[in-house]
Each structure stands twice: as structure tokens, then as C-alpha cells.
Design a binder for this molecule. Structure first.
Ligand SMILES: *[C@@H]1O[C@H](CO)[C@@H](O)[C@H](O)[C@H]1NC(C)=O
Ligand SMILES: *[C@@H]1O[C@H](CO)[C@@H](O)[C@H](O)[C@H]1NC(C)=O
Ligand SMILES: *[C@@H]1O[C@H](CO)[C@@H](O)[C@H](O)[C@H]1NC(C)=O
Ligand SMILES: *[C@@H]1O[C@H](CO)[C@@H](O)[C@H](O)[C@H]1NC(C)=O
Ligand SMILES: *[C@@H]1O[C@H](CO)[C@@H](O)[C@H](O)[C@H]1NC(C)=O
Length: 512
């Protein structure tokens, strides 16, 4: 047990060093994605140059062939007579003695070594296996959450929004393989059908170089059909493929004898979560209402807050127009350079977990420019106004940036256990979430057990109690999640207020 734990910690440290020093956050950071596009361009230019070098050599070789062929062409049909001429015998001997040895050297000479070296040098800067896997997982999450069919998605439709982009045959094939690996044979099959319709005959040699042949696609398709108990259809697919037709029956028997054992490591997404995230979801008309809240601080009598009650039990409210645009922009400027892969706290360890594909940082930070301090004083005052709770000076906020496909699976903000954070301060009694930009495509906060969806819109602040205000018992209905962002990014900030900090303003009626 303890060995296992230290191994975990070791791996964590190892990963963070690698993350910190070399690895870029390709999925979340626009800068990293821009760098990647730039690198792609450099590599394409490099490949083009390589092709030119190869072409140069080919052209040279073709000229040599033409040159060498001339005497033979001249001698055609009159070989004996031709060789009688000493001015023909000498060149033949000389040429045979000398040229071929030199040509062997020429043929052996490497081509485009410089370009090969350049590519080799750049390989470590490319995304890793884990990045590619996470990108596929993000696609899976988006497809599952927003109920997208492979065909629609490949054509650029996401949650009924049309984007001007399509997926290539290679992209579809990669997604199909992931679905197959996880045992989603029906979906894998649909992605394979999309792969086939996108494969262009004139590119078949390109696909072959890049690791996808019609044969591979047909084999996987047949395999999916077998897993779906569609033996005849599987056989038809194999018979249609010239290099598999001969062995169709053999292959089917082989597949039948060894059913595929799926490794399902796909993200689990609850039905309620998916339903709420979809744009087709319309909340029930609420009997709750909006009002100007002036009760929490004397200041608010002069500047009341626009408050929208979302739920009374547990208590969830939404405030509008809380932060001035100038402050929001400044918060983003301060946070952006400090963003790192977000950590999910589990028990006493905090580890980077793929449950949460986002970058985060804590504000304010040590060594901050003193001219930014008033911003955090204003932020703290706003939290006090909103919550009516005791909030420490310049309270820390967790700034989070959600990128492509990023989400936060269903979770509670309370811990309901003793750990480093709750020790001495109590559990997180309430949460405050600031939305710093409009995330029109995905990114809403949903409470699956309460049927509540809060779209992420700039300037809004969500406030809810994680513990019951009277008993201080945990509120399991505060289970909440962030829907995947499927276009653009989402900036949000979260802060948690602790129970024991409230000791002098709130009585605790705990039974024990
Ligand atoms: C797609 O392209 C059209 C015209 O090129 C443009 O009007 C439209 O806004 C684009 N849609 C998206 C979602 O980018
Ligand atoms: C068919 O199967 C046999 C035996 O398994 C193998 O030797 C042969 O190469 C296969 N033919 C094709 C076209 O793959
Ligand atoms: C104002 O907000 C505070 C904190 O959210 C809440 O306790 C109080 O009941 C609200 N007042 C009104 C009149 O809604
Ligand atoms: C976490 O740490 C606290 C204090 O050190 C300890 O009391 C608690 O048992 C730990 N929790 C777990 C799950 O290890
Ligand atoms: C909180 O912890 C208690 C005691 O360990 C447990 O019985 C209860 O199910 C937990 N509640 C939630 C919502 O996790």
C-alpha cells in the first residue's frame, strides 16, 4: 500500500517536471496550438524541400539513363557491324569499366539528409501519445454529451451548430479505433463508414504511407460487425475487399473464435448531465424570481445587486453584472501566463487528473505588482456582498481556463472528510463561481440532480451552499459539473468559503 503510494507520488513528480520543462498544453493553450501550426508549416516546407532534393536526384538519374542508352539505341539491329568500329569498342569498354562503379556510389549517396535531421530534431516538440489520446477523448466526450452522430460531426455539426470544417478519412479512422478499443462497436462502425466515404482513390498511396489502407479499414469494419453479431454483413465487407476476399471465411472464423475484449476506459457521463448540457434543454419555468439584494452589506443599499434565485434548497443564486469589464480583463492578463494543468484534490494528494481538462492557477499570487492589489480587495468585497459570509482579506480564487472539449465531471465542492484543507477550517460551506467570458458553445454549469443549467456568461456569478445552512450537513444535491466547451474557450474563477471561518456569524446546530 505505502509502496504503491510512493510510486504514485514519484510518477506525479516526474510528470510535473516534464510538464513544466518541456511539455506544452496543446489542448488548452492557444499559444501552444499556434506554435503547433507554425511547426507543422515548417515541417511541410521541410518535406517539400526533401521532395525537391529527391526530385533533383531522380532528374539527374533520368538524364544519365538517357545518355547511357544512346550507343545501344544506335546499335540496335546492327550490333555486329557497330562493334566492328573501334570508335565504338573503346567507349564500351571504358564505360563498362568506369561508369558503373561511380554510379553505384552515386546511387548509394543519401538524399535530403539535412531535411531528415531537421525532422528528427523537431520530433520531441510534437504532441505525445497522451495528447492524442486526450484529444480523442475530448471528441468522444463532445459526441456523447451533445448527442452527435458521427456523420454530422465529420461534416462539422456540433450540437446543431454548423462549423466550417470537416474531418478527414484519417481523422475518422482514428476516432473509429478509439471507439472500437472501448467496445463501442456501433459507433466505431459508423465512424468507419465515414472513413470509407472520405477516402479518396487518388490518395490511396498517401494513406498507405500514413498507416491506413482500405484493407485495415475493412478488417476493423468486419470485426465490429462480428462483435455486433452481424456475421453475413461482416463477410460481405471482406468479400468486397480484393486482398481479403480469398480468406473471408477464415477471418470470420478467427474473429468468432476470439471475441474482442474491450478495455472500457471511456469517460462516464450521466444521462442527466448530457441532457442538461445539450442546447435543446429548456429549464422548467421557475417560480423563483429575480430581485435586487440589498441586505448583505450597507453598501448594497446604494448599489443593489441583481440577484436571480435558482434554487432555495439547496440555496443557489445567480448574480448579474458583478465585475466591471476592466477588472475581468485585468484578471485574465494576470492569470494567463501562470496557467498550469489543473489539479483535482483527492484525499490528501493533489494530482493532475484527466477528469478535468483545464488549466488553472491561483490568484492573487506572491510577488504580484502592488498596483494590482486594489483589484483583489474589490473582488473580496464583492464576495462578501454576494455571500453575506465572512471572507478573508484578498481571498484566493482558482482561475480556470477550459479549452477544446474541456469539462469538469460531476463532483461536489465539499470534501466530507478530514484532509489538509478541511483541517482547522472546516469543510467548504459555500462556493462562488465567476464567469469571465461568454462561452456560447458548451461550458455551462449543470446540477444534474436539480435539473439546473447555468450558461457561462461574462460578469455572472454563481453562489451556492455546499453545506446545509442550519445543520451544516453536506448537501448531496449540489452535485455539479461543467459541460464540455466545444468551440472557443471558457474562463471562470472559483472560490470556496470554509465552514469554521463562519464561526462567529453563523450558529452551528450539529447534532453530534
Ligand atoms: C462559415 O463560413 C461562412 C461563410 O464563409 C460564415 O458566414 C459563417 O459565419 C461561418 N460559420 C462559422 C460557424 O464559423
Ligand atoms: C490467406 O490465409 C493464408 C493462411 O492463413 C495465408 O497464407 C495467405 O497469405 C492469406 N491470403 C491473403 C491474400 O491474405
Ligand atoms: C441576499 O443575499 C444573501 C446571500 O446570498 C442572502 O442570505 C439573503 O437572503 C439575500 N437577501 C434577499 C432579500 O434575498
Ligand atoms: C489526510 O490528512 C489528515 C491530516 O493529516 C488525516 O487526518 C486524514 O486521515 C488523511 N486522510 C486520508 C484519506 O488519508
Ligand atoms: C459523507 O460521509 C459520511 C460518513 O463517511 C457518509 O456516510 C456519507 O455517505 C457521505 N456523503 C456523501 C454525499 O458523500
Amino acid at each position: 500500500m505505502s509502496l504503491l503510494r510512493s510510486v504514485h507520488i514519484f510518477i506525479f513528480l516526474l510528470l510535473s517536471t516534464i510538464n513544466g520543462e518541456y511539455h506544452k498544453e496543446f489542448l488548452i493553450s492557444e499559444t501552444a496550438k499556434m506554435d503547433l501550426m507554425q511547426l507543422d508549416n515548417e515541417l511541410i516546407v521541410n518535406l517539400e524541400r526533401y521532395a525537391e532534393k529527391v526530385e533533383d536526384k531522380v532528374a539527374k538519374l533520368q538524364r544519365i539513363v538517357k545518355e547511357l542508352r544512346q550507343p545501344l539505341d544506335a546499335a540496335k539491329g546492327i550490333e555486329e557491324e557497330y562493334m566492328g568500329n573501334p570508335l565504338h569498342s573503346f567507349p564500351l569498354i571504358r564505360h563498362m569499366y568506369q561508369d558503373w562503379e561511380i554510379l553505384e556510389e552515386f546511387m548509394k549517396q543519401p538524399v535530403g539528409e539535412e531535411q531528415i535531421d531537421f525532422l528528427k530534431k523537431k520530433l520531441p516538440e510534437l504532441p505525445w501519445h497522451a495528447d492524442a489520446e486526450e484529444a480523442s477523448t475530448a471528441i468522444f466526450r463532445m459526441a456523447e454529451t451533445y448527442g452527435m452522430k458521427p456523420g454530422e460531426m465529420a461534416e462539422g455539426f456540433i450540437d446543431n451548430v454548423r462549423f466550417n470544417s470537416t474531418l478527414s478519412a484519417l481523422d475518422c479512422y482514428e476516432i473509429a479505433k478509439m471507439y472500437f478499443k472501448w467496445g463501442y462497436f456501433k459507433e466505431a462502425l459508423q465512424w468507419l463508414i465515414n472513413t470509407k466515404t472520405r477516402m479518396k482513390e487518388e490518395y490511396s498511396d498517401v494513406y498507405e504511407v500514413l498507416g491506413m489502407t482500405r484493407k485495415d479499414v475493412a478488417l476493423l469494419q468486419a470485426r465490429c460487425l462480428i462483435e455486433l453479431d452481424l456475421k453475413d454483413e461482416a463477410k460481405d465487407v471482406l468479400l468486397e475487399q480484393p486482398d481479403l476476399a480469398e480468406n473471408a471465411t477464415n477471418l470470420i472464423d478467427k474473429f468468432l473464435a476470439r471475441p474482442y475484449e474491450a478495455v472500457d476506459s471511456s469517460p462516464s457521463l450521466s444521462e442527466d448531465y448530457k441532457r442538461l448540457c445539450r442546447s435543446s434543454f429548456l429549464p422548467r419555468p421557475s417560480r423563483l424570481h429575480c430581485r435586487y439584494n440589498t441586505t448583505t452589506s450597507p453598501f448594497l443599499i446604494l448599489a443593489p445587486l441583481k440577484m436571480e434565485e435558482i434554487s432555495l434548497d439547496p440555496y443557489i443564486v445567480l448574480y448579474h453584472d458583478i465585475l466591471p469589464v476592466k477588472d475581468i480583463d485585468q484578471l485574465i492578463i494576470l492569470a494567463e501566463p501562470r496557467l498550469k494543468a489543473s489539479e483535482v484534490i483527492k484525499e490528501n494528494d493533489s494530482t493532475v487528473s484527466s477528469d478535468r481538462t483545464a488549466l488553472g492557477t491561483f490568484l492573487p499570487f506572491e510577488g504580484m505588482n502592488p498596483s494590482d492589489e486594489p483589484l483583489f480587495d474589490r473582488l473580496t468585497q464583492r464576495m462578501r456582498d454576494i455571500t453575506g459570509l465572512k471572507v478573508e482579506d484578498r481571498k484566493h480564487v482558482n482561475f480556470i481556463k477550459y479549452g477544446f472539449g474541456a469539462h469538469y465531471t460531476s463532483h461536489y465542492d465539499f470534501f466530507n472528510e478530514s484532509n489538509l484543507e478541511t483541517e482547522g477550517r472546516g469543510d467548504r460551506i459555500a462556493s462562488v463561481i465567476f464567469y469571465l467570458n461568454d462561452a456560447p458553445f458548451g461550458g455551462a454549469t449543470v446540477f444534474p440532480r436539480l435539473n439546473i443549467k447555468v450558461p457561462a456568461e461574462r460578469g455572472k456569478v454563481l453562489f451556492f451552499y455546499n453545506l446545509n445552512g442550519e445543520t451544516h450537513h453536506v448537501e448531496p444535491n449540489t452535485l455539479h459539473a461543467a459541460c464540455p466547451v466545444f468551440y472557443g474557450i471558457k474562463w471562470a474563477m472559483a472560490s470556496w468559503i470554509h465552514d469554521w471561518d463562519q464561526m462567529f456569524i453563523q450558529p452551528i446546530y450539529r447534532e453530534e
